[in-house]
Structure formats: structure tokens, C-alpha cells
Design a protein around this ligand. Structure first.
Ligand SMILES: *Cc1c(COP(=O)(O)O)cnc(C)c1O
Length: 382
């Protein structure tokens, strides 16, 4: 079905570290990572070995009627990495948020309270299922699918007074620590700590959608950690499997205990293949200094992007390897991204006419230099 419109006229057939090769053998440097998915790049030896081991054993899947070791191991590692106590495995970001919304509702149902309202942010993105579309605070996504689930109210991002005005009767607040699809817009540290305090005071569940920002993308395991806050529920997907489809809903003991047998489920969720990948990725982030490269090169990358501006773009935004360069109105981000692709660089775009960069954590200075030179050329040509 034509849900993705005119795709780029390129098909990749091989990958090695941060580089991709198309059907013609042309080489590309990857600054998109399959939309924040391929965090270790391509052909990572450890991930290959992990997946191969599972394949060799002959069991990719058995169902959740049975225990399986990779699932337990992935759950343990993820709880350690996020300060959470309970995990539910699913297969995508939307499904993780869908589970989070159900969990918050169930938590209040168990208490005999009627709270069903969920506070979401304007300009957010939470997925494409009907409930997560409703959580997404962008009208353009809603229009063809009305009526949507009605319990959502939308507040301006970074404005705590609007949350305060809505919190009575709410069961949850859902937010992205950095709005990704909306244009790489970060929450203020103060806003997040006030949000945490407000939700706690009213007994409302705080859901951090870290589907894009999680798994080290910003240089910390979770972006929430920059503000020193611990949400009640955290959702993960994108980078979680390093390229294997897997999502997770994590929660603290109190909220995570609200689900009872039969309340939620997934056939594929938590299978051997997905969880062995998730465990490998999580362990690698926890036990190596791979995020050091993200933290170090962030500053360099931002500096290089800032040097490019000179009246053609605005100040670059974002954190870690989740960065954006907002172009001025004389350039169209999609067109610029297309030209960069021709020059051998894979980049993304985001709301607000931005070029968006979500590279694998292993990119090097020389890649950033080459990219910035290419952007300079493309902007100069216009
Ligand atoms: C990508 C994304 C989603 C949806 O994830 P899917 O795996 O595409 O369902 C949800 N929330 C955020 C913040 C995302 O970036």
C-alpha cells in the first residue's frame, strides 16, 4: 500500500560499520541509522554472533506460555539500565505506548478511581495505532480517523501551568523528553522536574516515551536521566534491538503490578530472537564506553553544524546523536536530504523544515567533517 509515498530511488544491499552500499556498489555514510534503529551500525560482530547463536539453536520463538532465557536476561538488564522493576515486551514503539496507556488506565481501574484523562503534548509523536494516534498532538494525523479515543487533552510542550490546569482527574501524562518527529525539540530540565513533582503530588502516572531518545541516543541510557527524573513508565523500541524489531514497556513496581494475567499480551512479544538482540544491545551499552563517543562527538557535531549556518539555517538543536539543523524558508529539507543522498550521505528530516541526524553511535569525526562539507555544498548550490 502506498503509505510511504515516493521513496528515495536507492536500495541498499550491504552494510559495514557506518557505511551502506547500494545496488550499484555506491558507498553512503549513514546519518539516519534506519531512523534511530541501527545504533551500532551495520555488521556488528557481537550482534551477528548473538543472533546466529539463537538461529543455530533452532528456536526463534516458542510463545509466552513458556519461560525463555533471553527474555529474562533482557528484562533484568533493562531494569538495571532504567531503574524500573517490571517489563512487558512487544514489537514496536506504537505497541509499547499502547501498552503504557493501557497500564495507566488499569492502574486507576484497580484503585476504583474513574480517572481516564491522559495529558499529551502538542507537536508530539507516539505512533500510528488508533490510541497512539490519539496521543499524538498533531491534528494532521487525526483528521482521517475521527472519532479517536476521546480521553486525550493536549497542552503546550514546556509549559507546566497548562499541565497543572488539566491534571485533576487525569490518569497519566505522556511526553517525549525530546520531541523527535516534531522537530527535535527538547524539554527544559526544569519543566521535566516540575512535571515529575506534579504527577507525583496528584498520583498521576508519568509516561516517558523514550522510543527514539532511549537506548543511549542522547548520551545517557534514557534522555530523562539528563533531568534527573525517574518516570513511572518508560517505553522503548527503535534502537532496542539494534535492528531487530522489539519494543518494551517498563514500569516501577507499583504501576507495573497493575497488570494481572490476561490484561495484556502479544504473540511475538519477548521471543528468543528479539530478546537476545535486546539483551546484547543493552549489555553492550551498560558494560562498554560506547556512549562516550556519543557524548564527545555531540559537541563537535554541533560546533560543525553551527559553523554552517551563516544565514542559511537556524541554530542546530538536540542532544547526543539526535540532532537537527532547521533550514530557513528558502530551502526545503526534503529536497536538501535528496541531494545529500546523491552525494553519498543518508540523513533524515523532521517537522519544522529540519535536517535530522540519528547516526549509529560509531560514526567518526571524519564522517561529520565530510557530511558538513556536503551540506555546505548543497546549500551553496541553491
Ligand atoms: C518512532 C516513534 C514511535 C513509534 O514507533 P514505531 O516502532 O514506528 O511504532 C513512538 N514514539 C516515538 C517518540 C517515536 O519516535
Amino acid at each position: 500500500m502506498n503509505t510511504f509515498g515516493d521513496r528515495c530511488k536507492v536500495s541498499f544491499v550491504r552494510g559495514e560499520r557506518q557505511y551502506l552500499y547500494d545496488t550499484q556498489g555506491k558507498k553512503y555514510t549513514d546519518f539516519l541509522g534506519g531512523i534511530a534503529v541501527n545504533i551500532f551500525g551495520y555488521g556488528d560482530e557481537g550482534l551477528k554472533k548473538t543472533i546466529n547463536t539463537i538461529v543455530e539453536r533452532g528456536i526463534l520463538h516458542t510463545s509466552n506460555y513458556f519461560y525463555n532465557e533471553p527474555q529474562t536476561y533482557a528484562a533484568e538488564l533493562l531494569c538495571r539500565a532504567t531503574n524500573m522493576s517490571k517489563v512487558f515486551f512487544c514489537n514496536s514503539g506504537a505497541e509499547a505506548n499502547e501498552g503504557a496507556i493501557k497500564l495507566a488506565r488499569k492502574y486507576f481501574y484497580n484503585q476504583g478511581k474513574p480517572n481516564t484523562k491522559i495529558i499529551a503534548m502538542k507537536n508530539s509523536f507516539h505512533g500510528r495505532t488508533l490510541a497512539t494516534l490519539a496521543a499524538t498532538g498533531q491534528e494532521k494525523f487525526h483528521t482521517p480517523y475521527l472519532p479517536l479515543m476521546e480521553q486525550f487533552v493536549y497542552v503546550d510542550y514546556n509549559d507546566i501551568s497548562q499541565v497543572e490546569a488539566q491534571i485533576e482527574g487525569a490518569c497519566a501524562v505522556i511526553f517525549e523528553p525530546i520531541q523527535g518527529e516534531g522537530g527535535v525539540i527538547a524539554a527544559d530540565r526544569k519543566y521535566l522536574s516540575e512535571l515529575r513533582a506534579l504527577a507525583k503530588k496528584h498520583g498521576v502516572v508519568l509516561i516517558a516515551d523514550e522510543v527514539q531518545t532511549g537506548m543511549g541516543r542522547t548520551g545517557e541510557f534514557l534522555a530523562s536521566m539528563y533531568s534527573g527524573i525517574i518516570p513511572d513508565i518508560v517505553t522503548l523500541a527503535k534502537g532496542l534491538g539494534g535492528g531487530v524489531a522489539v519494543g518494551a514497556v517498563l514500569a516501577n513496581e507499583k504501576v507495573g503490578s497493575a497488570f494481572s494475567p490476561g490484561d495484556h499480551g502479544s504473540t511475538f512479544g519477548g521471543n528468543y530472537l528479539a530478546c537476545s538482540a535486546a539483551a546484547y544491545v543493552t549489555e553492550r551499552i551498560l558494560t562498554t564506553d560506547i556512549l562516550e563517543n556519543v557524548r564527545t562527538l555531540e559537541k563537535y557535531f554541533l560546533h560543525k553544524l553551527t559553523n554552517l549556518i551563516s544565514g542559511r539555517a537556524e541554530i542546530p538543536r538536540g542532544r547526543g546523536f539526535m540532532l537537527a539543523l532547521p533550514l530557513d524558508e528558502t530551502a526545503d529539507a526534503h529536497e536538501v536530504a535528496g541531494r545529500l543522498l546523491k552525494s553519498g550521505f543518508v540523513v533524515g528530516t523532521a517537522g519544522g523544515n529540519c535536517l535530522r541526524f540519528l547516526p549509529p553511535y560509531i560514526i567518526e569525526k571524519k564522517d561529520i567533517d565530510a557530511l558538513c562539507e556536503a551540506i555546505d555544498d548543497v546549500l551553496e548550490q541553491r
